[in-house]
Write a protein that binds this ligand. Structure first.
Ligand SMILES: C[S@@+](CC[C@H](N)C(=O)[O-])C[C@H]1O[C@@H](n2cnc3c(N)ncnc32)[C@H](O)[C@@H]1O
Length: 162
């Protein structure tokens, strides 16, 4: 299989016009709201979504540059393998964000805690279910040594991988 084709099911609208200045992860965007516009042909699939406080958004990082297999993450001064980071520029530029759902109105999902650029094509929506998705990991790799920078980035409203 050489290529897989996906088509967007909607568009994510946020206050962020470009990758620079966009929060690095949803915790950095706690106060920032956005709207997920789901295309009308998919509205039926939104039934019962409002019962969930958090959603997993999967999207195409359409402004990401070419992928590099070694990257210097924002939260470190050392290089790491791409797949040990959350950098948006990847061989398949798929982004994943857990966002808070505020309300649903006519195919529009009002969300908070966004680290996504305005106009980003939406690939999928899944409910965030702690029983399925939450873990207590004993290791978080290179990020463990960077705990203070993570805290600082959160306090500054930032939080990315370059
Ligand atoms: C570190 S990535 C993490 C994204 C997601 N939470 C993840 O883990 O896959 C977040 C950064 O991606 C960049 N970004 C967000 N939306 C993008 C888009 N549509 N195209 C390119 N870069 C984007 C912004 O610079 C943002 O700070």
């Amino acid at each position: 299989m050489e290529t897989i084709e996906y088509r967007p099911i909607g568009i994510i609208h946020t206050p962020f016009n470009c990758p620079e200045g966009t929060p690095i992860q949803p915790p950095g965007g706690l106060d920032h709201c956005g709207v997920v516009e789901v295309f009308s042909e998919f509205h039926e699939g939104l039934r019962d979504v409002e019962g969930f406080s958090h959603l997993i958004l999967l999207y195409h990082c359409h402004l990401a540059g070419a992928a590099r297999l070694t990257v210097m993450p924002f939260l470190d001064d050392a290089a790491h393998g791409l797949f040990a980071t959350r950098a948006p520029a990847r061989p398949n530029a798929i982004g994943l964000s857990v966002v808070r759902l505020l309300r649903v109105e006519e195919g529009r999902l009002y969300i908070r805690e966004v680290d996504i650029v305005d106009g980003t094509p939406l690939l999928d929506i899944k409910p965030y279910v702690p029983k399925f998705d939450s873990r207590s990991p004993e290791r978080t790799g290179w990020l463990e040594k960077q705990a203070h920078r993570t805290e600082q980035a959160r306090d500054d409203g930032r939080f990315s991988d370059r």
